[in-house]
Design a protein around this ligand. Structure first.
Ligand SMILES: Cc1cc2nc3c(=O)[nH]c(=O)nc-3n(C[C@H](O)[C@H](O)[C@H](O)COP(=O)(O)OP(=O)(O)OC[C@H]3O[C@@H](n4cnc5c(N)ncnc54)[C@H](O)[C@@H]3O)c2cc1C
Length: 407
């Protein structure tokens, strides 16, 4: 068993983990990242980036490189019912240059971040390595044990960061409950079809009709991504009706894609089920450990908030961790300064997502009758720009602490 020593060991190379790695490396901290996957090719990772995330990635100087690998701009988010647009959220009402949603394969963002991290001598990346244990020393978490292609490996660190997503093993090993909240009434069945984007800027859409709503947007390269919503935990009942039922339902909601749906979705295995839930771990810090991103708080894909929050978490955690490492005090109260700065914002975004989900996806006669009026009213009140700003940027401004960079 080989032992590695580093300043900060980050578990998980998602947006939260890699943004934090780059920030710490630029501040002179040695970082080791453990990532379970060998490559970033996983198909269904979040793809829609809000302006807040775009602005931070640009401050980090990784946005242009990530976009150059391929992405589509979406200027509007629309809620459509029976061919009528109920809600038209026009991102061009936000100040340039971040006045759009970006549909970008997460792989492009992660590869760009990883390339930047690799430029630092103090960086070590263990791909294909899963965390299996936490190392405890002198009453605190002092490293991790990972199982990878070369066998078992111990990474001793002055602090550990759990950035390993919604089913975080780091969180479980630390004995911190996930705080799962089943507040969403729908799960989502995802799939992609080969459809080139329109010449004009495409939209992100939720299409309502007499059946379950469908989410639709163009995804790079030359794909349309469709997400059919179904009742939470209702998949076994849907599966029992067979693939023909599912494709028939989706084809009626988005008839423009009906032919491709029938051609490309032949079996239920062509669809990917997302169990949609939220979560907020009871604690985000322990002695020697900090949780960030989805491992601390999990989000529905509705409203595209998870990547924004993950990137913001990393940016807020950076000065907190740097100060803790410099002072030699990585105790839970010291690391909880991060929790103090983030918890309220995250909870407010979670509440906003629940509201968005209920307002746009709920069924029932009353909701269906009232929805067009409420949507029309919202677009004409002073609340509209405020809500748009909160969806785009989150609860409060977050800036990169570039003054802490040494390299
Ligand atoms: C289908 C889907 C669609 C979504 N759509 C959107 C969207 O459009 N916009 C948006 O903003 N959000 C979306 N989200 C949410 C968004 O993807 C997440 O909130 C965001 O990726 C969280 O980033 P993270 O870095 O915290 O975690 P993750 O992105 O989940 O990254 C965690 C990393 O940890 C690794 N890992 C896991 N376990 C281990 C282990 N035991 N050992 C080592 N490594 C491990 C994983 O392989 C992964 O690379 C979507 C989520 C899903 C599932």
């Amino acid at each position: 068993m080989a032992d590695d020593r580093t300043d900060c060991c980050i578990v998980g190379a998602g947006p939260a983990g890699l943004v934090l790695a780059l920030l710490l490396l630029r501040s002179g901290v040695r970082v080791t990242v453990l990532e379970r996957a060998r490559s970033f090719d996983r198909e269904y990772r979040g793809e829609i980036l809000q302006p807040g995330g775009l602005a931070l990635l640009d401050e980090l100087d990784v946005l242009a490189g990530a976009r150059a690998r391929g992405a589509y701009e979406h200027r509007r988010f629309r809620l459509v019912e029976g061919g009528r647009t109920l809600l038209d959220i026009d991102y061009r009402r936000l100040p340039a240059p971040y006045n759009f949603l970006l549909s970008i394969p997460q792989r492009h963002v992660l590869e760009e971040l990883l390339d930047r991290c690799r430029a630092f001598d103090g960086f070590s990346y263990l791909a294909g390595t899963r965390i299996s244990e936490l190392v405890h020393h002198a009453g605190r978490i002092a490293g991790v044990v990972g199982d990878g292609p070369d066998g078992r490996r111990t990474v001793l660190a002055r602090c550990v960061v759990g950035a390993d997503g919604r089913y975080s093993k780091t969180r479980t090993l630390a004995g911190i409950p996930a705080g799962r909240l089943d507040v969403f009434a729908q799960d989502v069945l995802w799939f992609k079809l080969p459809v080139p984007p329109p010449r004009s800027s495409p939209d992100v859409r939720i299409v309502r009709w007499s059946g379950s709503p469908v989410l639709a947007y163009h995804s790079w390269p030359d794909r349309v991504q469709l997400g059919w919503t179904l009742p939470h935990r209702g998949y076994p009942a849907v599966a029992a009706r067979g693939v023909g039922y599912v494709t028939g339902q989706i084809g009626r909601a988005v008839p423009e894609y009906a032919d491709q749906i029938h051609e490309h979705v032949r079996a239920l295995s062509d669809l990917t089920l997302l169990d949609v839930f939220a979560g907020c771990a009871r604690r985000w810090a322990a002695d020697g450990l900090l949780l960030i991103g989805d491992s601390a708080h999990t989000h529905s894909p509705i409203g595209a908030q998870g990547i924004n929050l993950a990137v913001q978490d990393a940016v807020v955690a950076h000065p907190v961790l740097l100060a803790a490492l410099r002072s030699g005090d990585v105790s839970a109260p010291r690391l909880d300064r991060f929790t103090g700065q983030r918890r309220r914002s995250v909870e407010r975004v979670l509440r906003l997502q629940v509201m968005q989900s209920r307002a746009m996806l709920s069924a029932g006669r009353l909701a269906t009758a009232v929805r067009p009026r409420v949507a029309k009213l919202l677009s004409h009140t002073p609340l509209y720009p405020k809500v748009l700003h909160r969806i785009a940027y989150g609860d409060r401004p977050v800036r990169v602490a570039a003054d802490l960079f040494t390299a």
